[in-house]
Write a new protein. Structure first.
Length: 173
């Protein structure tokens, strides 16, 4: 055999022999864990052994249903922007395209409504500050800020659902 083959074979045998024996554990004592103060575990309420958690129990009280809207309307929304900036709205405020406001033909001023773009599911909450829209078959005009949030500013119009909830009206204080 040639010396290179013999050396390679010897190296392979030694390498494999080293893998065949388990490594001996050192006999030194393990070092103690670092002295770091950790908060004690929080106590958890124990359930009786025969009782299932309330969520899976058939006797669990029913969860309250989400609040139903007191106003709901579906139709086409449009928006108005820069050209109307500074003009007085029907409630007397000055229009600002950067605010989340809207015009609706009948909802009281100050009503907060959720407008959902039915094409993409995006929702914004706007305050009714003006009357409109003044185009047939449209249900609401939103400000440019709201239109951008709904991602409808490029087309100019989109199908929406307009909903008003009592919880939104009382949350304002």
């Amino acid at each position: 055999m040639r010396p290179i083959r013999l050396f390679s074979l010897l190296f392979l045998v030694i390498g494999l022999a080293g893998c065949a024996h388990p490594a001996a554990a050192p006999e030194a004592s393990p070092s103690p864990p670092p002295a770091v103060a950790s908060p004690p575990p929080e106590p958890q309420a124990a359930l009786p052994e025969q009782q299932e958690p309330a969520a899976s129990s058939p006797e669990a009280p029913p969860q309250p249903l989400p609040e139903a809207a007191f106003f709901s309307q579906t139709g086409i929304a449009s928006f108005y922007g820069h050209a109307h900036d500074g003009n007085a709205t029907a409630n007397g405020r000055r229009f600002d395209h950067r605010e989340f406001t809207a015009a609706h033909p009948s909802l009281p001023f100050g009503t907060l409504v959720r407008v959902t773009n039915l094409n993409n599911g995006r929702t914004v909450t706007v305050e009714i500050t003006d009357r409109g829209p003044h185009v047939k078959k449209r249900v609401i005009d939103v400000s440019l800020a709201a239109a951008r949030a709904l991602r409808m500013q490029k087309r100019g119009i989109t199908r929406v659902r307009v909903e008003a909830f009592r919880i939104d009206q009382t949350a304002r204080g």
